[in-house]
Design a protein around this ligand. Structure first.
Ligand code: ADP
Ligand code: MG
Length: 340
């Protein structure tokens, strides 16, 4: 059954609107009216397109979670506290209508929104002849400064939160199971469930990020396109180079089993695979102990994987990659990039 625009908006409003902090006027007027209580704002936007960022047959609850998660991950990377979101939905015709779909989408969204205390305060809903497309604007507030990409310093250690490569391996598995080109992956039922959950339900590292910022970390970004590609953004913005020790990249036990010591898989999933939504951050050695403690407090492993080096105009690459002490050339493909 087809749905009319306003019925869908009403449904979204009932499912997702909650009395968020600083919401003077939420869904229902021409614009939201928000009070940032004198704090500066951080804003970010991410768009997800069916067939590009998610499979069109994704469960809407997983999509709701992930659409919000990837946006909150950007706020986390800045060290911001999320407050509000705007959601644009472009919906292609659906034979059975969007009533159930929206209910499931909202349940997945809400599971994360409640944890992160972020309120949906507006958006837009349109029909499209193209693929289902979601665009989300996330707004947060900052207490002190932010963490930035251009703040790495020579001698900083390079850290990552959590583990890398799980989602990319799960994506390969999902491609192959749909008869699409990808790398086969041989793993147990339990491991493949773990990896798939990492792909579908990324966890924005909000608490750790704020703690790291308070402890004096000034350089971070979230890793969404592949570790090597995203580290490259920090190095380029900071005008520096890095050394990375491949064997230090943190792997889940599930992924470690699937990689089984194979170098090509190590290069493909943890080094250059996308969709991790972990943080990469740089910090002076003096902060190492406190960062490990903050990770423990957040029940989140944090791992030093390399070091920031000074610029070298003669170096062909921005990263010196080592594996067990041996120099490796960088893979051709460093991560995901849209091509137009
Ligand atoms: P306008 O005609 O000003 O564009 P709309 O009819 O698009 O307003 O939207 C009506 C209200 O519903 C607005 O407050 C808008 O922010 C909200 N809204 C519309 N779509 C969404 C959505 N997908 N998520 C949240 N709020 C929405
Ligand atoms: Mg509108």
């Amino acid at each position: 059954m087809a749905n009319a625009e306003f019925a869908l908006i009403k449904q979204l409003q009932q499912a997702l609107e909650h009395a968020g902090r600083g919401v003077r006027l939420g869904i229902g007027d021409d614009a939201a009216w928000l009070d940032s209580e004198g704090r500066t704002l951080v804003s970010s936007m991410d768009t997800l397109v069916a067939g590009r960022h998610f499979f069109a047959d994704v469960h809407p609850a997983d999509l709701g979670w992930k659409a919000l998660a990837v946006n909150l991950s950007d706020l986390a990377a800045m060290g911001a506290i999320p407050r509000w979101c705007l959601l644009s939905l472009a919906l292609p015709p659906l034979a059975e209508g969007y009533g159930q779909w929206l209910q499931d989408f909202a349940a997945g969204w809400r599971a994360l929104a409640e944890r992160a205390d972020v309120a949906l305060v507006g958006g837009d809903t349109v029909a499209t002849d193209g693929p289902l497309t979601l665009s989300i604007t996330a707004l947060g507030v900052v207490e002190q400064g932010v963490m930035r990409r251009d703040a790495a310093r020579v001698g900083d250690q390079i850290w990552v939160t959590g583990t890398l490569g799980d989602a990319a391996a799960a994506l390969d598995r999902a491609f192959v199971s749909r008869g699409l080109p990808g790398w086969g992956i041989d793993c147990s039922e339990a491991n493949s469930w773990f990896l798939e959950n990492r792909r579908l339900r990324p966890q924005p590292r909000l608490d750790f990020a704020r703690a790291a910022l308070s402890a004096g970390v000034t350089c971070a970004l979230d890793c969404s396109d592949g570790f090597l590609a995203d580290l490259g953004h920090i190095l380029q913005a900071s005008g520096l180079r890095a050394r990375i020790d491949l064997e230090h990249l943190p792997l889940s036990s599930a992924l470690r089993e699937c990689i089984d010591g194979d170098l090509q898989r190590l290069l493909r999933w943890p080094l250059t695979g996308g969709d991790d939504y972990e943080l990469i951050f740089c910090a002076p050695l003096a902060l190492s102990r406190i960062l490990m403690e903050l990770g423990e407090n957040c029940a989140l492993p944090v791992t030093a994987v390399g070091e920031v080096l000074s610029a070298d105009p003669h170096a062909a690459e921005d990263v010196d990659l080592y594996w067990q002490g041996q120099s490796l050339s960088l893979p051709m493909n460093r991560g995901h990039q849209h091509v137009f």
